[in-house]
Design a protein around this ligand. Structure first.
Ligand code: SF4
Ligand code: SF4
Length: 445
């Protein structure tokens, strides 16, 4: 009987697909998801096998519920259906440049009692009380911090210190002879070379004024105005190891951050030196020595969209990346910013990072307009203050984000569906909560 065979085949497919998902989850060290997929595999395939063995009890109602409804459901999920997203406003071009002196890492470098310290808080009295509060805490990578670990903290310090060795080499001394290279050829070569060197994604954009900080905050001369010296920017991402991020906010996370800042720094300096040998100006923007706001450059280079937590959301790894940037006058073929309303819509519905943030630094509300544009504005002071308590750079928001899952066939399929279908977005969000937990705690360490 044909219907008996159909039930048998569908049951086998359901069982195999869910067992495959369980296997992937166990490999990802997601045991809760793995166990649930195993339960689903037996639960959802059993009725099909039952009716395949006992065809005499199959009725029209059973066929509708077990074959027609699921088939319709799959068709609905596969269709490009996203009416609401079209109305979502895209991020706007910033009208104001960030002053690097205001970011937390610059404020952290101010020495109490120094002339620079006094001058900064004279000009920003509202920040003094806030900054005094985190200055009383142990601080990043401090042995008195909550998540201190002698090995991980020392290793992270070693990686951050090694990035600093690159600082004298962020700028090139271009060769006298300028080699003439087709922009498309240079672009393809750089993309291929960086990818083979470990970059996850690479993009190219025209360098805009709003990509640059207005004034220096971490490098001398402090407070000097920053001008646009190059026409192009190359942005790339490097992947943060999922297993290490899963421990967030404990000490392995800051080691992983430090290691990826080092990798991004090494790639950026290597690229800068290469461009110099071609006879062109270039500057690497690496940890502790930036003149650009990396997520804005990376977004405009087509590497992703800005999400609720204020980070770049890449299509394959979400926010689980670090960014490197090189600015240059080497002529390049540029990519385009690829606005992704599906990410903005997903972030509007999800709010998982906001709920999980121990510092309550991520907003629950929708994006707001300010001088920097339409965006979710993070409370960087609250975030940094928490870092000073725990001694790590936390990254809990990155850990819980549904876009942070590994780039494999299972999560790739989900990403493809949620990009084009609003029903899939709702379903993916609910399933993420069920499989990985809504208040996903960092793994024990
Ligand atoms: S956790 Fe959710 S709301 Fe936060 S950035 Fe990721 S998708 Fe957006
Ligand atoms: S790093 Fe931690 S404290 Fe900062 S925004 Fe993310 S979750 Fe919140």
């Amino acid at each position: 009987m044909l219907v008996q065979w159909i039930f048998g085949i569908v049951g086998s497919l359901v069982f195999a697909a869910l067992l495959f998902a369980a296997g992937i989850s166990f490999r990802e060290d997601e045991s809760r998801a793995g166990r649930l997929f195993m339960v689903f595999a037996f639960l959802f395939s059993t009725p099909y096998f039952l009716f395949a063995l006992k065809p005499e009890i199959i009725s029209t109602l059973i066929i509708v519920f077990l074959l027609i409804f699921p088939l319709l459901g799959i068709i609905v999920l596969l269709l490009p259906y996203d009416p609401a997203s079209k109305k979502i406003a895209l991020s706007t071009t910033p009208t104001l440049r960030y002053d690097e002196r205001d970011i937390m890492f610059s404020r952290r470098r101010l020495k109490p009692g120094s002339e620079r310290f006094e001058a900064y808080y004279r000009n920003h009295p509202q920040k003094k009380k806030i900054d005094d509060a985190w200055r009383r805490k142990p601080g990043l990578l401090n042995p008195k911090a909550r998540f201190y670990h002698p090995l991980y903290f020392s290793a992270a310090e070693a990686s951050f210190d090694t990035v600093e060795y690159f600082h004298p080499h962020v700028q090139t001394n271009p060769s006298a002879e300028k080699k003439v290279i087709e922009p498309t050829v240079a672009t393809a070569f750089i993309k291929d070379w960086l990818t083979r060197s470990g970059a996850h994604s690479v993009g190219f954009t025209l360098l805009r004024d709003y990509h640059l900080y207005s004034h220096r905050g971490r490098q001398e001369p402090y407070g000097a105005e920053i001008y646009r010296e190059h026409e192009f920017a190359i942005a790339f991402t490097v992947e943060m190891n999922k297993t290490m991020v899963d421990f967030a906010p404990k000490s392995p996370t800051i080691l992983e951050s430090a290691d990826q800042y080092l990798r991004a720094g090494m790639l950026a300096v290597k690229l800068t030196q290469f461009i110099g040998r071609l006879g062109y100006e270039a500057r690497a923007h690496i940890d502790g020595n930036y003149q650009v706001v990396c997520p804005l450059v990376a977004r405009d280079a087509g590497l992703g969209e800005l999400g609720r937590m204020g980070l770049l959301m890449t299509p394959e790894l979400g926010p689980r990346v670090r960014i490197g940037v090189v600015t240059t006058d080497l002529p390049l073929a540029t990519d385009r910013y690829q606005p992704d309303r599906s990410v903005i819509d997903f972030c509007r519905k999800c709010k998982k990072c906001a709920e999980s943030c121990p510092a309550k630094a991520i907003p629950y509300e929708d994006r707001q307009y300010d001088a920097v544009g339409l965006r979710w504005k993070i409370n960087h002071e609250a975030c940094f203050s928490y870092w000073c308590t725990v001694g790590t750079d936390c990254a809990r928001c990155i850990k819980v984000c549904p876009y942070s899952h590994p780039d494999n066939i299972m999560h790739g399929l989900v990403r493809t569906l949620i990009k084009r279908n609003v029903v899939a977005r709702y379903l993916a969000l609910k399933m993420d909560d069920v499989l990985y937990g809504r208040f996903n705690r960092g793994k024990n360490f």
